[in-house]
Design a protein around this ligand. Structure first.
Ligand code: MN
Length: 490
């Protein structure tokens, strides 16, 4: 056990500041030294800050990081040292009455363990600098705390907190902009303030909530370039079918983007969602079939729907959460909704997956996606609410090597035995189907037979072919007279 610097009660200041008959915070008692835990509590008091607490000598050494930790090694964040807190404070989350010291909302924002870098000592803290390593749920890698010289009249020691350059570095907003819910309860600050039930899970009130109804999904606008900056989060664009999944009390419904009930078609997804015990929730995402390399295969998905391949291969990638536990989340920011979704969906859960994102650095993700022959990315404004329509808050940026067309017809061939001379292609553009021209193909008889069935007019089932754009053939010819608007996939 590490020796204390003096024999006086290290928690005297903590205790003297609080009236424990009025605040829900725990009274201070020194604990055992040994393992070193750390936690960060997001604290909306007079001014919003993040309280970093490191266990040392049986108490929690504490700093109020005014702007919160940054993953950018160029950012030095002011960390004002505050009184040592008791070990029992480690799990505190809730509200402190307004009139009391630190009155406001406290969220348990991160937790884990810490240690000094090899060769360094935790007692370096007493000398005014600490080079340490965090292993939290959100904060990881090497960090540095350096005490500044106290200026005249300053009652507190001001320190600077800085991320050191390692594989866990990132953007300024990489932590505070990304993680907006409690690591313990999944609640937002607003919900903690309201005293809301912990998010997710099945409990008494949950089990009587009705199944959420279909809502029209938000659609993305096609863009030429990835938007720059940390205001955008970027997800992989899946080559599948858009679908909403509603869950409540062991009941699951899968809706197409137009609200058609496709529950029966995807038993593996229904099973996974049921088993995940999401409580009452409405998810937005994409139904995908992965090929042997783990890449989304649209052809594989069509085969699953045709029945020529088992529907067990279909996986649902959830990328948004519209409702949870009876609450409408659409007015919350995208980043908040994704943080809740990430907390809600268990990891490695078979046919139900969480579609992760990167914040900023969209160009790098885009290049990586294109390199792997994937469709592209979807960029979403991190601070935007969910709207059930197309907008520029969601942008789809496609890898240019591929273009998606809908076959809207074909032209007859004069040659015997050749079913058609060329295919007439169109593309969806802002909800309209726009004729793009014709293209000659090398279809075999089998392909022809199946395509005939699908292309002889509009079927209710949305379908699509991916064709390489033939040079010089785009936008030529005139559209067939029967071409009209049709509901279809994104
Ligand atoms: Mn505080």
């Amino acid at each position: 056990m590490a020796r204390r610097k003096d024999s006086s009660d290290p928690l005297a200041e903590y205790n003297s500041k609080r009236d424990f008959t009025r605040t829900a915070e725990p009274a201070g008692e020194a604990g055992e030294a040994g393992s070193r835990i750390f936690m960060v509590q997001k604290h909306d008091a007079t001014r919003l800050h993040y309280d970093l607490r490191l266990e040392k000598d049986g108490v929690l050494k504490s700093w109020a990081v005014t702007k919160g930790p940054s993953l950018d090694p160029d950012d030095k964040r002011l960390a004002v040292q505050t009184e040592d807190h008791p070990m029992s404070y480690a799990t505190f989350e809730g509200t402190i009455p307004k009139a009391e010291y630190g009155g406001g909302t406290v969220m348990l924002w991160d937790r884990g363990t810490w240690k000094p870098i090899e060769g360094k000592s935790e007692n370096d803290l007493d000398e005014g600098h600490l080079h340490f390593c965090l292993d939290g749920e959100r904060m990881k890698g090497e960090w540095l705390l350096v005490r500044m010289k106290r200026r005249k009249g300053e009652k507190r020691d001001n320190w600077l907190l800085r991320k050191l350059d390692d594989e866990h570095k990132g953007s300024s907003e990489g932590l505070t902009g990304r993680y907006l819910t409690s690591v313990e309860t999944g609640r937002t600050m607003e919900e903690i303030a309201e005293g809301a039930e912990p998010a997710g899970g099945n409990n008494e009130t949950e089990s009587h909530r009705p199944l959420p109804k279909y809502e029209s999904p938000q659609l993305a606008t096609l863009a030429d370039a990835v938007p720059p900056g940390d205001d955008w989060l970027h997800e992989m664009k899946y080559d599948g079918y858009r679908a909403l999944v509603a869950a409540a009390d062991g009941e699951v419904r899968i809706f197409t983007r137009n609200g058609k009930d496709w529950t029966e078609k995807f038993p593996a997804v229904v099973h996974a969602v049921t088993a995940a015990g999401l409580g009452t929730a409405l998810l937005d995402g994409e139904l995908v079939v992965l090929d042997e390399d783990g890449r989304p295969s649209f052809q594989g998905l069509q085969q699953a729907l045709d029945g020529s391949k088992a529907a067990e291969n279909v996986v649902y990638f959830a990328f948004d959460l519209l409702r949870q536990g009876g609450r409408d989340l659409k007015s919350q920011t995208n980043a908040e909704r994704k943080a809740r979704l990430a907390a809600l969906i268990p990891q490695n859960f078979g046919a139900l997956r969480y579609s992760d994102h990167v914040l900023g650095k969209g160009e790098a993700l885009f290049d990586a996606m294109c390199e792997q022959g994937l469709e592209g990315i979807i960029s979403k404004r991190a601070d935007a609410p969910y709207r059930g329509k197309r907008s520029r808050n969601w942008l789809k940026v496609k890898c240019t090597r591929r273009q998606d067309f809908v076959i809207v017809g074909w032209s007859k061939s004069s040659k015997a035995g050749r079913p058609f001379a060329s295919l007439l292609l169109a593309q969806h553009d802002d909800g309209d189907l726009v004729y793009r021209g014709k293209v000659g193909t090398g279809f075999d008889q089998e392909r022809w037979r199946t395509s005939q069935a699908k292309c002889a007019g509009w079927s209710e089932r949305p379908h699509r072919w991916t064709c390489r754009r033939a040079p010089g053939r785009g936008r030529s010819g005139s559209p067939p007279s029967w071409l009209r608007k049709s509901p279809s996939r994104n």
